[in-house]
Ligand binder design. Structure first.
Ligand SMILES: Cc1cc2nc3c(=O)[nH]c(=O)nc-3n(C[C@H](O)[C@H](O)[C@H](O)COP(=O)(O)O)c2cc1C
Length: 220
């Protein structure tokens, strides 16, 4: 769906998810993430970039697992530490994954995905057309209930900072395996909040599309 249509539907309160496609994934649906090897860090930094031309192809189960772990996974199980920092270790940013099969929440402790909406929410995650058909769209959501120890005036800023760190982890993972990605803030907050069924303590922060790069277009 093109941007103008999304803007018009959004104004009418009619920007909605599509029916889901494919077999739903279950909690046990994630492979163990790869936690070693890969491209050298400085090379991944050299290649990091935003790309907006995606093929409508899946990223593969191993990539899905590893990119979720890179974004928000537990890297120090004895401490419950994560791959990205958070103020006072509140770990307040929840990571959602919009797939053709449905909307899932990543559960870092179990390294699993929990289905939360049985619809294809991808097109509601942004006004740009590529978000509809790329393999997946990540959505970063602040859970304010986890930030009781953070001064109220700082909560939103701290949550955005934490989401930014998570997003950069995704950028670096994508650079290292040759996937395309772009972090995004241009979406209909009301429509997406509704489509995701978010509660009053939850605040949308950012979205990030991940998928297979359309080489023919990006080379133009
Ligand atoms: C907070 C934030 C919001 C952004 N929102 C969008 C967006 O809605 N759509 C988009 O296509 N790119 C978005 N971007 C990506 C920037 O346009 C991109 O990072 C910038 O042009 C620099 O390009 P590079 O990432 O390739 O270095 C956003 C980036 C940030 C940090």
């Amino acid at each position: 769906m093109n941007t103008l249509t999304k803007l018009a539907l959004g104004l009418m309160g009619q920007l909605k998810p599509q029916p889901s496609a494919g077999e739903p994934l279950t909690l046990s649906g994630l492979l163990p993430p790869s936690q070693s090897g890969g491209m050298p860090l400085m090379e991944a930094l050299r290649q990091r970039q935003s790309q907006r031309d995606f093929l409508p192809e899946l990223v593969g189960e191993q990539n899905l697992s590893s990119l979720l772990w890179a974004a928000a996974g537990v890297n120090r199980p004895d401490l419950g530490g994560r791959t990205a920092p958070s103020a006072m270790n509140a770990q307040e940013v929840q990571l959602y994954v919009a797939l053709p099969q449905g909307l899932y929440r990543y559960e870092p402790q179990a390294h699993a995905m929990q289905m939360v909406v049985a619809s294809d929410v991808r097109r509601v995650t942004g006004y740009q057309d590529f978000v509809d058909d790329a393999a997946l769209d990540l959505i970063f959501v602040a859970d304010h209930a986890r930030m009781k120890l953070v001064p109220a005036a700082q909560r939103e800023a701290y949550a955005f900072a934490a989401a930014g760190a998570m997003s950069q982890n995704v950028y670096l993972y994508c650079a290292s395996v040759g996937l395309a990605t772009v972090v995004r803030a241009w979406f209909d907050r009301h429509a997406l909040t509704q489509a995701m069924g978010l509660g009053t303590d939850q605040q949308l922060l950012l979205a990030q599309t991940v998928g297979v790069v359309n080489v023919s277009k990006s080379a133009q």
